[in-house]
Design a binder for this molecule. Structure first.
Ligand code: ADP
Ligand code: ADP
Ligand code: MG
Ligand code: MG
Length: 588
């Protein structure tokens, strides 16, 4: 069996000559395998398509996918978004007393799975012509536990609660104070308790459209927790949160699973590892189809993910392994100093940042960690020369390339045009093409309008541009935001190799511990009182810095015996207590 997918947000029929149709061998023989719809998109009639794949290669916008799939899979088709649309095969299993994780790349159908399991989308089982019905779904699953689940959903015996993926959209649909928003969700009078647990008490009296992304995420999670449901779904709960907040959220979600059914989609692997009791990996072809793999225990699932290979399914999705080193890297203290700063301070109304003196060496990658609102972005902006410190100075005359945390652009044109305009002859540089553009998969979005990019696509573009500019120091503020776990690991390696090969320096702010672990030679730690007073120290060696940072947030990591990857210890477990008493929070 082969499926034909036309990815509409890549298809630009106004700019092409319908190569998918013109070059199609059956069409040339007079068979209408590819027809043009009223809207202008091509439609590939699967029954007539021979699967030669010529259209795939001829399409200038990489908008067509023809994919051969095992025949049996057809019986597992759960939903298809229209003709030539995305398909999802199989569903995650509903399990009581467990947090079930769903792990997979962007565009593979995780949110679709959640929409179906939460009852917000009646799956059409591949029949996208007729109106779908729950009766048919229950029938389809008859004899399995899923039939029971969907019957309960249909009959209103189960209520479901979803923490949606895109929290940025909340201010568009809700106007008013945070407290009012939460009050309407508070069915059990737990508002104060949950607000305290998620540390949003000070946010309650603020307007929903005036709070930060991190606050919005916490509010959305609080709203979900306050509702009284039987099944809970948390779609990407860690976005915008710092590690300390990620962990508090993880703890709350975990505790929910003792009485409820809980599903979580998450890209921060350290958090996913901590939060989930079992994981369904999803694989397939992004934008075309997604298959939900059998459930695995959390440790095996994440190890398989890092390995890049799913043994049971015989699927390789990355051609290299992600590895972690057990021992902290040596600080590159023999290298010359590239940039140094004296004690620096910067004041905003209600906030003060104090930075201890520090330096970055040539060829060094400095990770930056710390809670939200402790001044990380402010400091990076000072180094980038975007803002001035009130006192103290930065000592150097170097060229800096800066990727801001919040990427804004009003550029009117395609990704390729923007790259050519900004990077010019660098675009012809083989090393840059092979080491940056290729692994970040920029080719697939070349023809997209910059203003239509998804969050992850925009981030990949912004990373590529900042690395493409010639500089001595690269400052990247939260590059893992919006990236899926695989893209994060790829981006970390791309940035690291780039600095290593060119002997350049970088400073990378991020909350994803695996990302920081892969990328950094040394580490700067921000602490203090969020929103009031930030204190910045370092760079330190990885051991010293991680100990200091994790002590602040009260988290210890042990190592996985097989892969050496760091795993968050259960609070107050034997390892946790033992490591805290020795002061070894990370490299135990
Ligand atoms: P994930 O959450 O894994 O990133 P989604 O479930 O959001 O993936 O989307 C999977 C695919 O389905 C994407 O390619 C998306 O474009 C497509 N898709 C999602 N919703 C719709 C829809 N309402 N109509 C058509 N296609 C959709
Ligand atoms: P981080 O990057 O660690 O989250 P930021 O440097 O963005 O922290 O912000 C630190 C604090 O300074 C926050 O409380 C923020 O609201 C405040 N702040 C940042 N920029 C400004 C500004 N231009 N004017 C006033 N306050 C600001
Ligand atoms: Mg999603
Ligand atoms: Mg910031």
């Amino acid at each position: 069996m082969h499926i034909a997918v036309v990815i509409h947000d890549r298809c630009q029929f106004k700019k092409c000559n319908y190569e998918c149709r013109t070059y199609c061998p059956p069409v040339r023989m007079g068979i209408d395998t590819v027809v043009i719809t009223e809207k202008g998109y091509p439609k590939i009639i699967e029954e007539l398509c021979e699967g030669c794949g010529i259209c795939v290669h001829k399409c200038p916008f990489e908008a067509v996918k023809i994919i051969g799939l095992p025949e049996e899979l057809n019986e597992n088709l759960i939903h298809q978004y229209g003709e030539n649309g995305f398909r999802i095969y199989r569903l995650p299993r509903v399990q009581k007393d467990k947090v079930v994780g769903i792990l997979g790349p962007n565009g593979i159908g995780k949110s679709t799975a959640i929409k179906i399991l939460s009852g917000n989308l009646i799956p059409n089982l591949g029949n996208y012509i007729e109106t779908p019905s729950w009766d048919r779904v229950v029938d389809f699953f008859s004899g399995t536990e899923m039939a029971d689940y969907f019957a309960k959903l249909r009959d209103g015996e189960f209520s479901t609660v979803v923490k949606p993926q895109y929290v940025d959209k909340i201010p568009i649909v809700f106007k008013g104070k945070v407290r009012e928003l939460l009050k309407s969700a508070d069915k059990q009078g737990q508002l104060d308790e949950i607000a305290a647990m998620l540390e949003i008490v000070n946010t309650l009296n603020r307007d929903v459209d005036k709070i930060s992304g991190g606050e919005l995420q916490s509010v959305a999670i609080a709203a979900a927790l306050l509702k009284d449901g039987d099944v809970y779904f948390f779609d990407e709960p860690s976005s915008y949160l710092d590690i300390y907040q990620r962990l508090s959220v993880a703890k709350v979600i975990k505790s929910l699973a003792s009485k409820k059914i809980v599903f979580v989609v998450e890209h921060d692997l350290a958090i996913m590892d901590f939060i989930a009791d079992a994981i369904h990996i999803m694989y397939g072809s992004e934008g075309a189809y997604g298959i939900v793999a059998n459930v695995r225990n959390t440790r095996n699932a994440i190890n398989a993910y890092l390995e890049g290979y799913l043994k049971d399914e015989n699927i390789r999705f990355r051609d290299w392994k992600i590895e972690f080193i057990m021992h902290p890297p040596k600080r590159k203290s023999e290298l010359p100093v590239l940039i140094s700063w004296s004690a620096i301070s910067k004041k905003y109304t209600g906030f003060q940042l104090d930075v201890y003196p520090g330096e970055i060496r040539t060829g060094e990658v400095v990770g930056v960690v710390g809670s939200n609102a402790t001044g990380k972005t402010t400091f990076v902006k000072i180094l980038a020369g975007v803002i001035k410190a009130d006192s103290g100075e930065v000592n150097s005359e170097i060229k800096v390339s800066y990727k801001p945390q919040y990427i804004k652009t009003d550029y009117d044109g395609t990704v390729e045009e923007l790259l050519n305009m900004t990077l010019k002859e660098k675009m012809l540089n083989n090393f840059y093409r092979a080491e940056v553009l290729h692994p970040l998969r920029l080719k697939y979005i070349y023809n997209k309008e910059v203003k239509n990019l998804s969050g992850g696509e925009m981030q990949r573009l912004a990373i590529a541009i900042s690395l493409g500019l010639d500089a001595d120091l690269y400052l990247l503020d939260e590059p893992s935001a919006y990236l899926d776990s695989n893209e994060r690991m790829v981006a970390a390696k791309v940035i690291r190799r780039y600095m290593e090969n060119l002997g350049r320096s970088a400073m990378i702010v991020d909350h994803d511990v695996y990302f920081i672990d892969i990328i950094a030679d040394s580490i700067m730690v921000f602490s203090g009182e969020p929103g009031k007073h930030g204190i910045a120290e370092g760079p330190f060696s990885m051991r010293e810095g991680m100990n200091m940072f994790l002590k602040n947030v009260n988290i210890t990591f042990r190592r996985d015996g097989e892969t050496n990857r760091p795993r968050i210890n259960k609070p107050d477990s034997y390892n946790d207590r033992e490591q805290k008493s020795k002061g070894e929070y990370y490299y135990a």
